[in-house]
Design a binder for this molecule. Structure first.
Ligand SMILES: [Zn+2]
Ligand SMILES: [Zn+2]
Length: 319
């Protein structure tokens, strides 16, 4: 069985970076091989820059020695300072093209606003969510990476990693898996918290992705690998299957609960969200809540057990 000491043998070093976000620290990983590769970078702050720099120094390296940066997805804690590091080092940055709008600094604002209005989310709530998005801007520098596709191989020298498209949390989220089963999992699987399948849009069609369903497929993929997951947050995961089973089980429970509620009476996305997560909404997590609830509605519609009345945007259970 793979153990964490494989990291040292293979010269993979975690770099723990403090963030200003609720999620806490984010992990970047240094692969020290023929090339020096960083997997994810931390957000765009001087603190994060100094943190990466001092970790590299401990390995006898400096920012200038970074050859490549492999990004899992375009959230600020994962890619925010990629452009700054790459610029300093002359490094090549890789990422997935369906992450284009995130790497471009969240240029989907209009799609989000149209979506919220269609669902009759009150203006003050919309404004809060727009403000939150604006606040994030200071922690990321837009970048256009070299595009990588599912199934492509990237190597650092001795080590070779396959790019696997694992959408859900973000539309162009990728994981990198070595032939020995070491997986850089980004935000696909975290041990200590359930990660969210966020509302997002396809970069090519502007259609909203059914992100929870995509996310569940990605979770099933990582479950089958039986590898060692190096996540973007929290401890290294040796037993991915049991963590995945826990998350899939929680999804099932909430899905059942939502169907039950909708059997009693039709509800809008916002009604349902308040019914289940009123406290989280009070704490300012409306966007996460809407994302989550919408995921179950997509699921029910896909299974033909939930219907939507398009004129009122009310959902009801048919079975
Ligand atoms: Zn993320
Ligand atoms: Zn993250």
């Amino acid at each position: 069985m793979l153990r964490p000491d494989i990291l040292r043998k293979n010269s993979i070093f975690p770099i723990k970076i403090p963030t200003p976000f609720a999620v806490g620290d984010v992990f970047s990983y240094l692969i020290k091989d023929e090339k020096n590769v960083l997997v994810d970078t931390g957000q765009y702050t001087d603190e994060a820059f100094d943190c990466v720099s001092s970790h590299l120094n401990k390995q006898g390296l400096s920012i200038e020695d970074i050859d490549e940066i492999w990004l899992t997805h375009g959230h600020p804690d994962h890619y925010g300072q990629a452009a700054r590091l790459a610029d300093r080092a002359g490094a090549t940055v890789f990422g997935h093209p369906l992450e284009r709008s995130n790497f471009g600094g969240n240029d989907d604002a209009e799609l989000f606003e149209a979506f919220f209005q269609k669902h009759s989310i009150p203006e003050d709530h919309i404004q809060n969510m727009v403000d939150q998005l604006d606040w994030l801007q200071q922690f990321q520098l837009a970048i256009e990476p070299e595009w990588i596709q599912d199934g492509e191989l990237l190597n650092s020298g001795d080590l070779s990693f396959e790019v696997v498209h694992t959408p859900g949390h973000a539309p162009g989220h990728v994981s990198y898996i070595s032939d020995s089963g070491v997986i850089f999992g980004g935000d696909l699987l975290l041990g200590h918290i359930s990660t969210n399948a966020l509302i997002n849009f396809d970069a090519e069609t502007d259609q909203r992705n059914r992100s929870l369903l995509q996310y569940r497929e990605s979770l099933k993929w990582i479950r089958e690998q039986g590898g060692l997951v190096l996540p973007g947050h929290g401890e290294i995961i040796e037993q991915a299957a049991s963590v995945v089973d826990h998350h899939l089980g929680e999804h099932q429970k909430r899905y059942q609960k939502i169907k039950q509620l909708l059997r009693k009476k039709p509800m809008t996305l916002l009604d349902l969200s308040y019914h289940i997560f009123a406290n989280a909404i009070k704490k300012g997590a409306l966007f996460l809540v809407l994302s989550e609830v919408l995921g179950y509605l997509d699921w029910g519609i896909g299974e033909g057990v939930i219907e939507v009345n398009e004129s009122k945007m009310e959902y009801r259970a048919t079975k």
